[in-house]
Design a binder for this molecule. Structure first.
Ligand code: XIL
Length: 354
């Protein structure tokens, strides 16, 4: 780690010297670098035509040091919760976009793009929706209204939407969500069409976990995506969450997998990256984690239509992991004190910053 820091300082000095010599060209991505600062992850990603993003959540935005790094290191933001159904339509037909708006406004102030997350998901639904039975025509109308109200509200403000999140089981069968059970698999195409009507320019994604490598679940997405494209349904990308865990091994087929989706004419993105471990963290585990962050980033860079990488928040201080996977954590590139971990330096190296 100390070696990387030294290398970083040397790189900074070299960059400054090149700039003094007038060698650096004046792209927007390099604007920050011209002030003699280290290029950020975003600067480095932009050199490859990619973004480098982070999720964030409303309660964290009172933490000024956190907010400063969020605003400077990344060029893309995803609201971790603020745009979910429970937050945006807490009562049927009563919309509240204040949480999502706060994040969109912050992103605009920092000139960051926003991924909308998420319109249709079995989890974090409002009680009014889960607490009763629906006929198919009723639920269809509820779904259409929700999708269109939210997409319309954020038209021109988000560049992409995770329209349907986590639609499949591990074995590639459809998840038996209320939407699937009531409406059948056609709810996915419907949601995509409704979203497209509400904002014809926004990129529409399906998003899931455990689909980073080739397997039954990613095969199901490949089949579905092919079918949707063949029918002319507006689908533009697949989001690979990439919530990895050291104890389960690295998905070695990520690059091939991303590429087979590119070949269908789709964008791909790593949308919720974190690499958790069983606590306590050790130097060995942190080094392993750093390698995985590097490998994921390199896989994205190797595939032309992989448009960017988003970490599911950037600091262990605000990671969702400890609350959901007891005994696990330390999943992000910055530690709880906002100090960069080996994973951060590995990301920089993967992006070509030395
Ligand atoms: C998580 C949030 O980060 C937590 O704050 C919340 O309590 C639960 O949801 N897959 C997704 C994300 O698509 O929306 C989830 O976010 C993490 C797993």
């Amino acid at each position: 780690m100390r070696k990387s820091a030294t290398r970083l300082r040397l790189a900074g000095a070299l960059a400054a010297a090149l700039m003094l010599a007038g060698i650096a060209s004046g792209t927007a991505a390099q604007a920050g670098e011209r002030h003699g600062k280290e290029p950020t992850l975003a600067d480095l990603a932009q050199r490859h035509g990619r973004y480098f993003g982070s999720a964030t959540d409303n309660p964290e935005l009172t933490d000024e040091p956190y907010k400063a790094l969020l605003g400077s290191e990344f060029d893309q933001i995803t609201p971790g919760n603020g745009m979910k159904w429970y937050a945006t339509e807490p009562q049927q037909g009563v919309f509240d976009f204040s949480k999502g708006d706060e994040i969109v406004n912050l992103a605009r102030a920092n000139r960051q793009k926003v991924r909308g997350h998420t319109l249709v998901w079995h989890s974090q639904l409002p009680d009014w929706l889960t607490g009763r039975e629906w006929t198919a025509p009723e639920l269809r109308a509820v779904l259409k209204k929700h999708v269109q109200a939210e997409v319309r509200h954020y038209r021109g403000k988000v560049f992409a939407w995770d329209v349907v999140n986590e639609a499949f089981n591990e074995d590639g069968t459809y998840r038996e969500s209320v939407f699937y059970k009531t409406l059948g698999p056609g709810y996915i195409a419907d949601a995509l069409r409704w979203a497209h009507q509400a904002d014809p320019r926004v990129k529409l994604y399906l998003n899931d976990y455990n689909i980073e490598g080739i397997g039954p679940k990613s095969d199901a997405y490949h089949r579905l995506a092919k079918e949707l494209k063949a029918k002319g349904v507006p689908l533009h990308g697949i989001g690979f969450q990439a919530h990895l865990a050291l104890q389960y091994g690295y998905p070695t087929t990520v690059e091939d997998n991303l590429r087979r989706f590119s070949r269908l004419g789709l964008d791909t993105a790593l949308t919720e990256v974190d690499v958790r471990m069983q606590l306590p963290a050790t130097q060995e585990k942190l080094a392993q984690q750093a390698k995985w962050y590097r490998d994921l980033t390199e896989a994205c860079l190797a595939v032309r239509r992989c448009v960017g990488v988003t970490v599911w928040d950037y600091t262990d201080k605000y990671s969702w992991i400890p609350a959901v996977f007891p005994g696990e954590g330390a999943a992000l590139p910055w530690d709880e004190q906002l100090r960069p971990k080996p994973a951060y330096f590995a990301l920089r190296e993967a992006l070509g910053g030395r």
